[in-house]
Write a protein that binds this ligand. Structure first.
Ligand code: NDP
Length: 329
C-alpha cells in the first residue's frame, strides 16, 4: 500500500519535499478492525494547520506519521460485526491506499442518496460545517442578508444554497469569472470576484444596507470589507481564514473590529467536530435538499492516485476546485 507520510514541517506552501511517499504491507485486521481500500481522499484547507507544531483543536500530524485525511472506500477485509466486505464506508482513513482501522471509526454510506465524493463534500464534513456554522453560530433568520467567502468551495457553496432556501439575499465571493458565473447559477443574488479588488466598495454595492451574517472562510482584507458593511446585530461566523494558512507571520488585522461595537455585532469561531452528535440532523436536511433539487452538490475530482496528494493539497490554495476537492485513488 502506498502512503504519504509527513517528512518535515513546511514553511509557507507545502512543497513536495515536505512528504515521504512510501510503500508498506497492509496489516491484517485485528479483532474489531476492518481493512478499507481507499477510493477517494478529501483535501481540506485545515490540513495545512495540522502540519504546524502548535496547540490547536486537534493535535498536529507528527513527523513520520501518515498524513491525516478523511476519505471513502470499500471494506476488503473485516473483523467487525457491523462491516461486511464490499460495504462502502467513510472515516479518517489517512493519505494511503489501504487503511486498517477500528470498525467503530467508520460509517457506512448510503450510495442511493449520493456518490462517494458527495459524502466528502455537501454530505460530509464541509456540509456539516456549512449547516451548523450558518444555523447555529450564525443564528440564520429567514430573509436576512448573507455574505459568504470562498463561496464556490465546499463549505461556501452549501452555505449559499441553504441561505437561499431560507429566503435570504445571498452575496457570494470567489476568485475569477467562472466561479462568479457558477455562483449566479446557484441562485446568489450578487457574486463578487475578490480578485477585482476594492472589496469594501464591492460589498457595499452588493449590500447597500449591510449584511446580517458574514460567513468567513478566508480572513484577510475581505474580513475587513465585511466588517465595514455590517448591519446592527450582525453575526460574523469565523469558519476559516485560508488566505493566511501559508503565511509565515501573524496577520495585522482585523483592522475594522470596532465595527462590532458600533453595530452591536458579534464575531464567533467554531469547530464543526463539536456538532458531531447532530450530524444526522444536517445530513437529513442537506440530503432532502439534494433530493428535491434545491441544493447542487458539486465536486472537483482529481486523478493521479495517492502520489498526487502533495500537488492536490496545494491546489486548494490556488483555487483549482469548484465545489469540494477530492483525489481519486
Ligand atoms: P474550499 O472548497 O472552499 O477550497 C478552498 C478555496 O479557498 C479555494 O478553492 C479558493 O477559492 C479559496 N482560496 C484559496 N486561497 C485563497 C486566498 N488567499 N484568498 C481567498 N480565497 C482563497 O475549502 P473548504 O470549503 O473545505 O473550506 C473553506 C474554509 O472553511 C476554510 O477556511 C477551512 O479551513 C474552513 N473550515 C472550517 C471548519 C471548522 O470547523 N471551522 C471545517 C471545515 C472547513 P477561490 O478560487 O474562490 O479563491
Amino acid at each position: 500500500s502506498t502512503q504519504v507520510q509527513l517528512a518535515r514541517r513546511p514553511e509557507g506552501v507545502p512543497s513536495d519535499d515536505v512528504w515521504d511517499i512510501t510503500s508498506t504491507e497492509v496489516a491484517e485486521p485485528a479483532d474489531g478492525e476492518v481493512v478499507v481500500q481507499v477510493r477517494y481522499l478529501s483535501l481540506d484547507p485545515a490540513m495545512r494547520g495540522w502540519l504546524n507544531d502548535v496547540r490547536s483543536y486537534i493535535p498536529p500530524v507528527q513527523i513520520g506519521e501518515v498524513m491525516r485525511a478523511g476519505g471513502t472506500g470499500t471494506v476488503v477485509a473485516s473483523a467487525h460485526p457491523d462491516h461486511a466486505v464490499g460495504d462502502v464506508v467513510t472515516g479518517t482513513v489517512g493519505a494511503r491506499e489501504y487503511a486498517t482501522l477500528p470498525g467503530e471509526e467508520l460509517t457506512t454510506l448510503d450510495l442511493d442518496l449520493a456518490d462517494e465524493p458527495t459524502w466528502l463534500g455537501a454530505l460530509g464534513m464541509p456540509g456539516m460545517t456549512a449547516y451548523f456554522g450558518l444555523t447555529e453560530v450564525g443564528a440564520l433568520q429567514d430573509g436576512e442578508t448573507v455574505l459568504v467567502s470562498a463561496a464556490a468551495g465546499a463549505v461556501g457553496s452549501v452555505v449559499a444554497q441553504i441561505a437561499k432556501a431560507r429566503g435570504c439575499r445571498v452575496i457570494g465571493v470567489a476568485g475569477g469569472p467562472d466561479k462568479v458565473a457558477w455562483l449566479r447559477e446557484l441562485g446568489c443574488d450578487e457574486a463578487i470576484d475578490y480578485r477585482e479588488g476594492d472589496l469594501t466598495r464591492q460589498v457595499r454595492k452588493a449590500a447597500p444596507d449591510g449584511v446580517d451574517i458574514y460567513f468567513d472562510n478566508v480572513g484577510g482584507p475581505l474580513l475587513d470589507a465585511a466588517l465595514a458593511n455590517l448591519r446592527r446585530g450582525a453575526r460574523v461566523v469565523l469558519c476559516g481564514a485560508i488566505s493566511g494558512y501559508n503565511a509565515q507571520s501573524l496577520p495585522d488585522g482585523p483592522k475594522r473590529y470596532m465595527s462590532l461595537l458600533v453595530f452591536r455585532a458579534r464575531m464567533e469561531g467554531f469547530v464543526v467536530f463539536d456538532y458531531e452528535d447532530r450530524y444526522p440532523e444536517a445530513i437529513a436536511a442537506i440530503g432532502s435538499m439534494i433530493r428535491d433539487g434545491s441544493l447542487v452538490a458539486r465536486e472537483t475530482v482529481l486523478d493521479g492516485g495517492v502520489r498526487a496528494f502533495p500537488e492536490a493539497l496545494r491546489g486548494l490554495f490556488d483555487g483549482v476546485n469548484t465545489g469540494k476537492l477530492v483525489l481519486a485513488l
